[in-house]
Design a protein around this ligand. Sequence first.
Ligand code: HEC
Ligand code: HEC
Ligand code: HEC
Ligand code: HEC
Ligand code: HEC
Ligand code: HEC
Length: 444
Amino acid sequence: MPSHVTFVRLLKYVPEQGKTKSNMFMFLNISVKRWSLIFLILLACSTFSIAQDAPAVKLPAGLENAKSDLGEQLFKENCTQCHSVSEVVVGPALGGITKERSVPWLIKWVHNSQKLIQSGDKDAKAVYEKFDHTDMPAFPQFTPDDIKNILAYVETTHATLANAPKVATNSSGDENGATATSKGNSNSTLILTLIIIVLVLVLLMLVIFLSVIKKYLADKESKLNEAEKDLLHQKFEISKVLKSKGFITIVILIFVCIGVRSCWVGLLSIGVEQNYAPKQPIPFSHKQHVGQYKIECVYCHTGAKRGKQANIPSVNICMNCHSSIKSGSRFGTAAIALVRTAWEKKEPIKWVRVHNLPDLAYFNHSQHTVVGGIECERCHGPIGTMEVIKQYSPLTMGWCINCHRETLVNGKGNAYYDKLYALHNGETLTVQEMGGLECSKCHY
Ligand code: HEC
Ligand code: HEC
Ligand code: HEC
Ligand code: HEC
Ligand code: HEC
Ligand code: HEC
């Protein structure tokens, strides 16, 4: 078949002479190929952009293979009571720590900081001095890889915080929430931009390709028949394009994609309240009361170590102090006046509830804080840095169960556990082994 005939076919789906197969078949046949090409390009470019995204944060030597997503969980469960990436909490801010210390040093430190200090290590002694001889707990259960994963998480977060626009780290200092969302957003915008660029390039190439073919055919015009000449001199008409099958298919496809995406996003966020931080009627700040004035949690949340509910304090408890403290450094007398008015009118303050498990689940505070010996911060995050309280943990069933799988029962000096331990040849038990994954323990 002469080449110019093939080119004419490419311009429009002209069936070969004598063949009675319909245009529709050709259309489908060709368009399937084209569609698969477009999808291949899209796929390639999205994987390309993901692959590009990963090394955006360069991890220091020794951490190249560490997994920051695994580290994130370990860090949140074990370190956030005392450390944040960017702020001094009880211990130092850990962002950038691998620039100051070697990875082997850090592994030794986290395994047992006291041992390192007593071995006479200069750096170890210096930090210990600087933090008033506060003992950091030892974590002998962590493998070197666990610790590398934590360090990878810390350094990735540190790098994203440094690159993120300043708005991301707002007054509440909640780097975890802020970067998690902004990172997700920038990821998808990146992919979207790349896809658009690639599509524009493809379009450009098609236009160039088409004009080359037209030029080639114009040179061979004498060999063409009438219908083919018509086709060659055809003017570009926008209304025809708008009515064409191809165009309509693309439009429908775009709408379907948008629809599917919004359904998916909606599905994922059902019941997910993490980072929920409603505005409260009085600008009460945990950062001020807990972080700055070091008031104990149970001074206000009287039930947290006694019963099921932690309790939100009544106005009476506030008035223990605010009958004499009448103005504050942030709002003068204005904010505390709201507390006093509530007290004088004997009206409870209408705090907006942040945490709320569904009724079907049973959760008991004292079982965790007293019997389990778990710090409030492990579940509620660095409360002492929060201006406004937010839900720090997901509070999903998976979250409860993960912790029950990993956490050892704190049974020292408890006769009940001594018996259990004896049954298990003196070995320690996880909550799971004690029955903490049984449905009826958490569901009525
Ligand atoms: C109960 C509080 C507490 C917890 C929990 C804690 N740390 Fe620390 N950490 C400290 C304190 C306090 C220091 C300062 C040194 C000192 O006083 O011992 C410190 C120091 C450090 C240092 C040394 C920093 C430097 O400048 O050399 C590293 C690294 C570190 N912690 C990592 C971790 C990791 C990783 C975890 C979680 C697995 C963790 N810490 C959990 C309190 C804590
Ligand atoms: C001076 C009193 C006071 C102290 C001390 C205090 N809190 Fe609170 N807390 C409140 C008040 C008032 C609220 C309700 C208003 C709000 O959500 O900010 C609250 C709310 C909370 C909530 C959210 C409750 C909900 O609605 O789900 C949590 C979690 C919490 N506090 C944890 C802590 C922890 C952990 C500590 C100790 C580190 C602590 N609080 C110390 C007064 C206090
Ligand atoms: C143990 C003492 C104590 C208790 C209990 C207490 N506060 Fe405070 N509160 C303080 C101190 C100290 C300040 C800081 C005053 C300053 O900034 O000089 C303060 C400041 C404030 C401020 C003003 C913020 C500002 O800077 O203008 C508000 C609002 C406030 N508290 C609300 C409450 C509420 C509501 C409760 C009860 C849930 C409560 N406080 C319980 C000690 C307490
Ligand atoms: C093992 C995880 C865990 C620990 C540890 C923990 N909490 Fe909670 N906290 C929760 C969960 C889950 C809820 C939601 C409970 C609900 O909705 O019934 C909650 C709810 C709360 C509330 C809201 C009011 C209420 O009673 O439901 C406050 C206040 C609170 N916690 C304070 C504290 C304080 C203070 C500590 C430390 C003494 C603490 N929590 C330790 C998991 C924990
Ligand atoms: C940070 C870790 C952690 C998280 C998160 C956690 N738990 Fe626990 N839980 C424990 C520990 C530790 C114990 C063991 C306490 C003990 O020694 O009895 C425990 C015990 C329990 C028990 C008693 C189990 C038994 O065999 O007697 C129940 C019920 C329970 N948890 C429910 C929950 C629910 C519901 C959630 C989620 C809303 C939750 N826990 C989240 C650590 C956790
Ligand atoms: C450690 C505590 C714990 C254990 C053990 C546990 N659950 Fe749950 N479960 C929860 C919590 C908390 C929720 C509420 C989570 C939420 O709202 O996302 C829940 C929710 C559910 C739901 C409702 C899901 C929904 O979307 O509303 C079902 C069904 C369920 N659990 C079944 C089970 C079964 C079956 C088992 C035993 C194999 C079990 N659970 C064991 C804590 C537990």
